[in-house]
Design a protein around this ligand. Structure first.
Ligand code: NAP
Length: 290
């Protein structure tokens, strides 16, 4: 397919590389030019404006947050798109923005599939993402070869693109809660003079034998927060977005409120460039361990 890809950050670069590797002709755009130049060496075609990435059969966007999607997709790409284009919106954005996008895409005659992902940058580079897809049946079908190049499995969520955003935010809220639970548990153990690795090995080998506890638990116990796979401000964004979605339907999320403040605390202490699991330092600080 002739496609475009906008947003070549930690996740987008690996995903675009997979599409090039699968034989698609990919026009790539990124705000800072370095990542597009790197992909040019592998056969992608860098373009100087996002509009140029919206001229093919399909376009994928993998941008940081609502502000970036608003600017690049709603402000630049979509107004230049031809009717019939397929847009896979893979960034983790708010339900509210995704609903706004549904209306804007319908007006432009562009098919929208909400397709946020589970998996970190190494998983994206290996084409092993779990992709949450929501949209009209025909649009998701048309997207299937692109999704297959980027993911190990496509989970069909529902007929409206914002439903994928909603479920993705629910998952990330749960992940943040697991990080917070381990952070407090490990700080408790450490404050009593024990090595938190002992608690991590026991938990992740028995009652909590799941990837979230195994992977993030090790990162927290090792305090290995750099290089960041998922930067802390992105975690704050997702928790806030989940709270906004909760507020819209009167569903309180008291844990999310606590985590929002913990992320703010971590950012205020200079941890913005670190992995979101560095929020565990907040619990350590409170326990007098930092
Ligand atoms: P990232 O490394 O910070 O990359 C963000 C991308 O957005 C970059 O291409 C950046 O361009 C671009 N961008 C930011 N603000 C912009 C603006 N105002 N205008 C234009 N472009 C802008 O983030 P990431 O880790 O790839 O995450 C991308 C999305 O995937 C996020 O929604 C995130 O929540 C989601 N996600 C991430 C992970 C993960 O583990 N990292 C996992 C699942 C989902 P520059 O290069 O010029 O800064």
């Amino acid at each position: 397919m002739d496609i475009g890809f906008v947003g070549l950050g930690s996740m987008g670069s690996g995903m675009a590389r997979r599409l090039v590797g699968a034989g698609h002709r990919v026009k790539v755009w990124n705000r800072s030019p370095g990542p597009a130049e790197a992909l040019a060496k592998e056969g992608a075609e860098p373009v100087s404006r996002p509009e140029a990435a919206f001229g093919g059969e399909a376009v994928v966007s993998m941008l940081a947050n609502d502000a970036a999607v608003r600017e690049v997709v709603l402000g630049q790409g979509l107004p230049a798109a031809r009717p019939g284009l397929l847009h896979l919106s893979m960034s983790t954005i708010t339900v509210k923005l995704c609903q706004e996008m549904e209306a804007a895409h319908a007006r432009a005659g562009v098919l929208l599939v909400g397709a946020p992902v589970l998996g970190r940058p190494d998983v994206a580079a290996a084409g092993q993402l779990n992709i949450l897809a929501a949209g009209e049946e025909a649009a998701v079908e048309k997207a299937a070869p692109l999704l297959a190049a980027m993911g190990r499995k496509t989970w069909r969520i529902g007929p409206r693109p914002h439903q994928a955003s909603l479920v993705k935010l629910a998952v990330n809220f749960s992940l943040a809660a697991a990080i917070e639970a381990m952070s407090e548990a490990f700080a408790l153990v450490e404050a009593h003079g024990l090595d938190p690795h002992i608690a991590h090995e026991l938990m992740s080998g028995t009652l909590f034998a799941a990837p979230a506890y195994q992977g993030y638990g090790r990162t927290i116990a090792d305090r290995a927060f750099e290089p960041a796979g998922f930067k802390l401000p992105l975690g704050l964004k997702d928790v806030r977005s989940a709270m906004e979605a909760g507020e819209a339907v009167g569903a309180p999320m008291p844990f999310a409120s606590v985590m929002r403040d913990n992320f703010l605390d971590a950012i205020a202490h200079g941890d913005s460039e670190k992995d979101w699991s560095a929020v565990s330092q907040v619990a350590r600080r409170r326990a007098g361990l930092v």
